[in-house]
Ligand binder design. Structure first.
Ligand code: AP5
Length: 250
């Protein structure tokens, strides 16, 4: 489920789509759409939320530091994020592209990512196995969703502790109440999906993460799409954006 610990090989089927960044508030569908991009194009999904939750579950030093911050719905300090993102992006399976979900989340993280990609990915290929990311600036897709819809989506989200499959009691319920269709395991509610934390996460998004969209918009790199539609419609538009950008890259 989580993608940090073991070095992952490049999938034979991986298409060269370059970096894709999904921006959007909590509940916008970043994780949902990331998984569909991964299934379709074969590139890895890098969710900083999942990476952090994995550290928390394993009780690492980073996890111990991040746990309380995440439970309050606040952002983990930028300095702690750079290490885990850098080591993940250096893995070989990222060489044809990757989907970043939950990063960058502050303008400082966006600036750091640009510098990291320029230094370690686009220019310095000598240290890596051949990848094709040169001249592939990130495709930055912003998912726009109405505030009340976000509340409904987050409050209804459940996930299977065994296979990671996600459900929504309002829009995508399991066949049997609170049980995973595949594993039969009792579904979990994320620690930070509690009602009292949700509004804090959304407020922090407005304050600290929305400026990231401004950062990319000012460079004409932002593609905003209406994600307040059925999942399939959102997926179709994302694929068409990616295909339009990766045409000719093989
Ligand atoms: P993270 O795990 O990144 O959470 P988030 O950004 O709050 O996003 P969510 O996972 O809540 O929502 P999503 O957009 O993925 O929606 P989903 O697809 O699940 O971060 C968690 C915490 O980690 C942060 O608060 C912070 O503390 C820390 N953190 C992470 N990255 C960090 C960073 N870079 N810097 C600092 N701290 C960081 O969908 C939601 C629900 O809606 C699901 O039930 C789904 O089934 C449903 N749904 C999705 N799409 C649709 C649709 N089109 N129609 C109907 N229902 C839909």
């Amino acid at each position: 489920m989580v993608n940090e610990s073991a070095e992952q090989p490049v999938k034979d089927t991986a298409r060269n789509i370059g970096p894709v960044i999904l921006l959007g508030p909590p509940g916008a569908g970043k994780g949902t759409q990331s998984k569909r991009i991964v299934d379709h194009y074969g590139v890895p999904w890098i969710s900083t939320g999942e990476l952090l939750r994995d550290h928390v579950a394993r009780g690492t030093a980073l996890g111990l530091e991040a746990k309380a911050i995440m439970a309050r719905g606040e952002l983990v300090p930028d300095g702690l994020m750079y290490g885990i993102v850098a080591s993940r992006l250096r893995e070989v399976d990222c060489h044809n592209g990757f989907v970043l979900d939950g990063f960058p989340r502050t303008p400082a993280q966006a600036g750091w990512l640009d510098a990291f990609l320029a230094k370690e990915v686009f220019e310095n290929k000598a240290d890596h196995t051949p990848g094709n990311l040169q001249n592939s600036p990130p495709i930055v897709i912003q998912l726009l969703v109405d505030y009340n819809q976000l509340l409904l989506r987050i409050a209804g989200r459940r996930s299977c502790p065994t296979c990671g499959r996600t459900y929504n009691i309002h829009t995508q319920p399991p066949r049997v109440d609170e049980l995973c269709d595949v594993e039969g395991a009792r579904l979990l509610t994320r620690e930070d999906d509690r009602e009292e934390v949700i509004s804090e996460r959304l407020a922090i998004y407005e304050r600290q993460t929305k400026p990231v969209a401004d950062y990319y918009r000012s460079q004409n790199r932002l593609i905003a799409i209406d994600a307040d539609r059925p999942m399939e419609a959102v997926t179709a538009q994302i694929f068409s954006v990616i295909d339009g950008n990766s045409r000719g890259k093989g």
